[in-house]
Design a protein around this ligand. Sequence first.
Ligand SMILES: Nc1ncnc2c1ncn2[C@@H]1O[C@H](COP(=O)(O)OP(=O)(O)OP(=O)(O)O)[C@@H](O)[C@H]1O
Ligand SMILES: [Mg+2]
Length: 240
Amino acid sequence: MHRELAAELVGIRRRYNHPDGSFMVDALRGIDLAIPSGQYIAIMGASGSGKSTLMNILGCLDRPTAGSYKLDGVDVATIDDERLSHIRGRRIGFVFQAFNLISELTVLENVEVPLLYQGVPRRERRQRALEKIEIVGLTDRIRHRPSELSGGQQQRTAIARALVSNPAVLMADEPTGNLDSATGVAILDVIDALHAQGLTVVLVTHDERVSERSQRIIRLSDGLLVVDQLGGRTQLAASA
Ligand SMILES: Nc1ncnc2c1ncn2[C@@H]1O[C@H](COP(=O)(O)OP(=O)(O)OP(=O)(O)O)[C@@H](O)[C@H]1O
Ligand SMILES: [Mg+2]
């Protein structure tokens, strides 16, 4: 029996060109990858290997130059921008490495932003935002602005914002990259708890300790997927 796929990539390529249209770099050179719903997967590889490029395509922030990408069975490589942003807004929670919080807004307002775009009424916005803020443990900081938060608290705010649309997939590019190790562990614990509730999780990381928590590790090298292995969690489950 086939397990439902959250994402399916076949022959994905991404070429960056110079503004004049001449060739610059092939960042992805033919990636095949199927991610079952509920899987926790870590994307690793050296700097420049194509991790962020792949994440941006997975997160529908960028389109491949060639290949097909199905998200929840919908072929997103070919649909128009409006439908793409609709699907992105409802199915994917994206956490950027640089957090991308709006500096003028409070924690609560930042977390509400995606719902504002979706036209969710004010009361419901507030309630749903508060729910996610509680999950990441920031209830006592809802009136703070990003500059008044620690790095870990900013990262938690970005995670709460990514979760507020109740996405099926959480994607994060180096979620612990700028954090001290204790704060990083706390963030990973939050992600573990979300995964235990059924969320599909895709992380880019350089950190072996992060990948140890995942069920599967893929490694990119020069735009190709060179390793696809089961992580510590899965092996434990298999031998249990
Ligand atoms: N917008 C862009 N225009 C041109 N080339 C780009 C662009 N973005 C990335 N590249 C190139 O594509 C390749 C892959 O970049 P990417 O950002 O995906 O790497 P990465 O694996 O995320 O690296 P890092 O670990 O340093 O974040 C690199 O050679 C990079 O120089
Ligand atoms: Mg990167």
